[in-house]
Write a protein that binds this ligand. Structure first.
Ligand SMILES: NC(=O)c1ccc[n+]([C@@H]2O[C@H](COP(=O)([O-])OP(=O)(O)OC[C@H]3O[C@@H](n4cnc5c(N)ncnc54)[C@H](OP(=O)(O)O)[C@@H]3O)[C@@H](O)[C@H]2O)c1
Length: 267
C-alpha cells in the first residue's frame, strides 16, 4: 500500500511520514518544493492551495493523510475510489456550525470527506507543542516572550503523537468512522510553557501576557476572532486532557519538556 501525505515537511506531516516508515508503509510525500526524502518515501511536488493540484499524486495510492482547508481536497476526493482518508482537523470542530471561522474551516473539510464514499478517520487535536516555535522571532530579539490567553492552560500535544495515531489509523483496521479528540498529558499556562522553554534553552525567559485585542490583531481576521472565542468561551476544547493517545498507542502522550529537549536546536 502507498500512503499519500499532505504537509509532509510540516510539524505534524513529518511525524506522519516517520511513523508510516516505522510501520514499513511506502509514502508519497507532498511538498511545494523539490527536496530529498528518506528511503521508502517518494516525493510529489504540488501545491495544496491549487484546485486539482494534487490529483496526479494519487496513482497507486490506497490511503491519504489530508490536512483541512486546502483547495486540493475536492480533486483528491473526486479521484479516490476506495482509499482510507485520515483528516487532520482540530478540537474546534466540536463547536459545530456556530459562525466560528476556525471550526467552520475544519468542519467543512470533515463534511466533504464524510460525504464521499471513502472510509475516514478524523483527528481533532488541541494546540500543538510545536506552536512554541512561533516565539522564535521574539527569542532572537531578547528574553521576553509575549503570548496570548495567559490564564488558559492548553494540554498541548506532541506532533509525534498525532503522527503515530495517524499512521495507526492509516495502516490498521477498526478506525473507520472514528473521530479522535487528541491532547497532550497536562494543561500548561503560557507562563509555564515559557518557563519550560527557558529551562530547555538555558535562558532566563520572561513571560508578558498579550491582551485579547493584541492577539486578535496578531492573528488577523477572521482567525483572530475565532481563537479569542475558543480560548475565552470554550477553553475546555484546549484544556481538557484526553485519554485517546494512551488508549490507542498503549503509552502516555509526550510531555512538553520532552518535545523541547528533542527540539531545542530549532529555537
Ligand atoms: N497549530 C495548532 O495548534 C493546530 C491545532 C489543531 C490542528 N491544527 C492543524 O494542523 C495542521 C498542520 O499543522 P502543522 O504545524 O504541521 O503545519 P505546518 O508545519 O505549518 O505546515 C505543514 C506543511 O504545509 C505546507 N504549507 C505551509 N503553509 C502553506 C500554505 N500557505 N500553503 C500551502 N502549503 C503550506 C508546508 O509544506 P511545504 O513548504 O513543503 O509545501 C508545511 O511544511 C494545521 O494546518 C491545522 O489545520 C493545528
Amino acid at each position: 500500500m502507498t500512503v499519500l501525505v499532505m504537509g509532509a515537511t510540516g510539524n505534524v506531516g513529518s511525524q506522519v511520514v516517520a511513523a508510516l516508515r516505522e510501520r514499513g508503509a511506502p509514502v508519497r510525500a507532498v511538498s511545494r518544493r523539490e527536496r530529498p526524502w528518506p528511503d521508502g518515501v517518494d516525493g510529489f511536488v504540488g501545491d495544496p492551495n491549487v484546485e486539482h493540484g494534487l490529483d496526479e499524486a494519487l496513482d497507486g495510492v490506497d490511503a491519504v493523510f489530508m490536512m483541512s482547508g486546502y483547495a486540493a481536497q475536492t480533486g483528491l476526493l473526486q479521484h479516490l475510489s476506495t482509499a482510507h482518508v485520515v483528516l487532520l482537523s482540530a478540537s474546534s470542530a466540536d463547536l459545530g456550525h456556530g459562525g466560528n471561522a476556525m471550526a467552520a474551516m475544519h468542519l467543512g473539510s470533515e463534511q466533504a470527506v464524510s460525504a464521499s464514499a471513502l472510509n475516514w478517520t478524523f483527528l481533532r487535536p488541541c494546540s500543538l507543542q510545536s506552536n512554541l516555535l512561533q516565539w522564535r522571532d521574539q527569542l532572537a530579539k531578547g528574553d521576553v516572550v509575549r503570548a496570548p490567553f495567559g490564564d488558559v492552560s492548553p494540554a498541548m500535544i506532541d506532533p509525534t503523537d498525532i503522527g503515530a495515531v495517524a499512521a495507526l489509523a492509516l495502516t490498521t483496521p477498526d478506525h473507520e468512522g472514528q473521530t479522535y479528540r487528541l491532547s497532550g498529558p497536562a494543561p500548561l499556562t503560557p507562563g509555564e510553557q515559557v518557563a519550560l522553554l527557558g529551562e530547555a534553552l538555558g535562558r532566563e525567559l520572561v513571560n508578558r501576557p498579550m491582551t485579547d485585542d493584541e492577539a486578535r490583531e496578531q492573528m488577523g481576521s477572521p482567525y483572530g476572532d475565532a481563537a479569542v472565542e475558543i480560548f475565552r468561551d470554550h477553553a475546555d476544547l484546549e484544556t481538557e486532557v484526553q485519554p485517546t493517545v494512551e488508549r490507542l498507542l498503549g503509552r502516555p502522550p509526550g510531555a512538553l519538556a520532552d518535545w523541547l529537549a528533542r527540539n531545542a536546536e530549532r529555537f
